[in-house]
Design a protein around this ligand. Structure first.
Ligand code: NAP
Ligand code: 3JM
Length: 335
């Protein structure tokens, strides 16, 4: 017996990957219902080699559906998830709409799959930058208790959606062909050949000077690890990379964990791949991580400025483990 799956935002950067992950993992889809805006309704997507008609998302879209995978933005989730729940369709939501709700499990299957069973109709997928961070923090926290984490991200443009990706390509070509002023719609500043310390690019900064993305990482990390006893601070930065988020992570721990012990511990953790051989210039790269399921860790070394500290470099595909793959893994646990 298969399940009926609605994919909301099916034409987007995340939605497209959602289809590929469902196919690749042989998810037992009986009926697939691809949903998007009226702009896409009537076009087709390809699923398992067959054309399937995209439907416009409406209040009635979830009749007969068992699982709804949502990635069309927070506003769409807030408006349409209640209709899915009413239709007995369990939602795996990729947006920030419900992540911090007390009754909504926020799940990375390798970390806290046990929380899935508590759902009341919605399971939230964490932010892409949170997922790859917490996957690595969890075994370290379990082993030696984390005292403080300092993270700087280097996030790919695909995290801002298909239009952002298009704008980066056009702007890069424009600059390389010396065409003068470029009219941009997505980013507030030149994104090509530049680095922007503002994610999301369109939202106002918060009163504390942080961005939404930075506060998402902080709050979601504490919620998933079910612990507020450690300090965490973040700086989130967009870089002109198509795919794959990188993070520089400094971790101070209560007890000592040497670099070798950390490498050993993390190499045994599910979902993590160690790529760490400085003698061969081996370390994780966004270009290598793109299209892969793993979260890659390298440059593991002791922070010599504190008694118990580690530095490392963590890279993962933001559209896969950061979004579609994690969501489908949750759906697999659900069924
Ligand atoms: P995207 O490439 O811009 O795609 C947006 C998708 O939403 C498209 O399928 C679009 O359909 C659909 N959509 C827009 N307005 C709609 C409407 N009124 N009704 C129905 N569908 C509508 O964006 P993306 O990068 O895939 O991201 C989509 C969302 O996923 C984000 O806004 C975010 O909330 C979430 N996300 C989560 C993570 C994560 O880490 N968990 C990562 C990235 C994104 P049309 O083609 O018809 O316009
Ligand atoms: C990643 O509501 C929106 O416009 C979407 C903003 C967004 C989010 C979000 O808040 O859901 C863009 C990219 C995320 C996310 O994963 O938090």
């Amino acid at each position: 017996m298969g399940v009926n799956v609605a994919v909301v935002g099916v034409t987007g950067a995340v939605g497209t990957e959602m289809l590929r992950v469902l196919e690749r993992r042989d998810f037992p889809v009986d009926e697939l219902r691809p949903l998007a805006s009226s702009r896409s309704a009537g076009k087709n997507i390809i699923f398992r080699g067959k054309e399937v008609l995209i439907q416009e998302l409406t209040a009635d879209s979830f009749e007969g559906m068992n699982i709804g995978l949502f990635s069309a933005g927070g506003g769409i989730s807030r408006k349409f998830v209640p209709y899915a729940i009413e239709a007995n369709c369990v939602v795996v939501d990729n947006t920030s709409a419900f992540r911090m709700d007390k009754d909504v499990p926020l799940v990375i299957p390798e970390v806290n799959a046990n929380r899935i069973a508590e759902h009341k109709g919605i399971i939230a997928n964490p932010n892409c930058s949170t997922i790859q961070l917490v996957l690595v923090l969890k075994p370290i926290h379990d082993a030696v208790k984390i005292k403080r984490v300092v993270v700087s991200t280097y996030q790919a443009v695909s995290g801002a959606g298909l239009k952002a990706l298009e704008e980066l390509k056009k702007e890069s070509q424009h600059i390389l062909s010396d065409k003068g002023e470029f009219n941009r719609n997505i980013f507030p500043h030149q994104m090509a050949f530049n680095v922007l310390p503002q994610i999301p690019q369109s939202d106002a900064f918060l009163p504390n000077g942080y961005t939404d993305e930075e506060m998402k990482m902080i709050n979601e990390t504490r919620k998933i690890l079910e612990d507020s006893s450690f300090s965490i601070t973040t700086t989130t930065v967009r870089v002109p990379v198509f795919r794959g988020h990188s993070e520089s992570v400094n971790i101070e721990t209560r007890e000592k964990l040497s670099a070798d012990q950390a490498r050993d511990l993390l190499s045994k953790a599910e979902g993590i791949v160690i790529l760490d051989d400085p003698s061969r210039q081996l370390y994780p790269l966004a270009t290598d991580a793109a299209g892969k399921d793993g979260t890659f860790v390298g440059r593991i070394r002791e922070d010599e400025s504190v008694e118990n500290g580690l530095n490392m470099w963590i890279v993962s595909d933001n559209l896969l483990k950061g979004a579609a793959l994690n969501a489908v893994q949750i759906a697999e646990k659900l069924i």
